[in-house]
Design a protein around this ligand. Structure first.
Ligand SMILES: [Zn+2]
Length: 359
């Protein structure tokens, strides 16, 4: 059963805003990070919660594929399956399907593609994308979008934006965010916003911005789109590749930002120190007995693991190294977001970003 979700704004400073998302009896403060990818795949539910993670993202596509191949005919609610009591933000996973599809696979009723593992032809539709997010028990859902590369030709981006708007469901399902596509094109995004606003959705998802898109361009686009959106309604930015992208998306007015930056950095042997990075593969760390960040309250630093030992784990590619660094990175990341939230509430966003040399 879909839980009741309520979003209320608390403060606004320039574009940035803070608020409160209530899901059944859980209260979450926004802006809020949503963890995804390797971060969710590396740590247990208990570890994620212990580190202050409150929300994770799940795409419906892999579950739908597994069920359609009868590998996993039985599905339970993902909260039970993943042992995750927090918020689950759902998305269709249509981007992946489009990446697998040939140009002729872009249909009016969805996307046709060959599933790489089995070679089987599949057709994924907007209805399936939503039905499966509901079946998986996602607390928030995102509508289906036609994916295009951010820098695709104008005609392709316009077609993707229009198609995404025609797929907005009617009547509007509860707890559902409207996908707004259109690359970096103001006109296309504006039409997408207008089409979505007509449905009075729970919120908006600004899709089609890959982590590879330059940070300046991402922020320019998000700032532009937030000025088009009504202030009521949750704003979700699904893909932030780095800490800077995640934080600046929040400064630009996004309430929910998903990212795997903590996990990606850990996999590359990189530890966060605020917005600075410590590259653990550096040879001089062999003799460094300090913890990752002296004074850090995370479980890795509190246990006293030295840079020297973590250097050795990283150089020998031990999974333990990734886990220990990820625990630290997530802690640092959550602390930065908590600081930004306080800065928004205290009307100090500009000072905070300047102190942090952010943008
Ligand atoms: Zn630490």
């Amino acid at each position: 059963m879909t839980k009741k979700v309520i979003f209320e704004l608390s403060a606004q400073h320039q574009h940035a805003r803070s608020g409160r998302l209530t899901v059944a009896d859980h209260q979450l403060l926004t802006p809020l990070l949503v963890q995804t990818g390797s971060t969710v795949a590396t740590l247990t539910s208990e570890e994620l919660q212990h580190l202050g993670v409150q929300a994770i993202k799940q795409a419906a596509l892999p579950y739908w594929l597994a069920a359609s191949e009868e590998q996993q005919p039985q599905f339970t609610d993902l909260h039970a399956r993943l042992k995750w009591p927090g918020l689950i933000v759902g998305e269709t996973g249509s981007e992946q399907a489009y990446r697998w599809a040939k140009p002729r696979g872009r249909k009016k009723d969805g996307v046709s593609f060959h599933e790489p593992q089995t070679g089987q032809q599949k057709r994924y539709t907007p209805e399936m994308g939503l039905t499966w997010q509901a079946k998986l028990g996602c607390d928030l859902q995102t509508t289906f979008s036609r994916w295009e590369n951010y820098y695709a030709p104008v005609d392709d981006l316009r077609a993707a934006g229009q198609q995404t708007s025609t797929w907005l469901p009617n009547p509007w399902p509860q707890n559902t965010l409207a996908a707004i596509a259109g690359g970096g094109l103001k006109r296309v995004r504006r039409l997408g916003v207008q089409a979505a606003v007509a449905h009075a959705p729970f919120g908006y998802a600004i899709v089609g911005v890959d982590p590879e898109v330059k940070l300046d361009e991402q922020i320019r686009l998000l700032t532009e789109v937030t000025t088009m959106l009504p202030s009521a309604g949750l704003r979700y930015f699904p893909t932030a590749g780095s800490i800077e992208q995640a934080l600046l998306a929040m400064v630009a007015g996004m309430d929910l930002v998903d990212t795997d930056c903590a996990g990606q950095a850990a996999q590359h042997g990189v530890a966060f120190n605020g917005l600075k990075r410590l590259h653990l593969a550096k040879e001089h760390l062999i003799r460094d007995t300090a913890t990752l960040v002296p004074g850090c309250q995370c479980p890795t630093c509190q246990a006293g693991y030295s840079r020297s030992y973590l250097h050795q784990l990283v150089m020998t590619r031990q999974p333990l190294g990734t886990r220990l660094v990820l625990v630290h990175n997530l802690f640092v990341l959550n602390k930065l977001v908590a600081e930004l939230r306080q800065a928004i509430n205290a009307d100090r966003v500009a000072e905070w970003t300047t102190e942090r040399s952010l943008g």
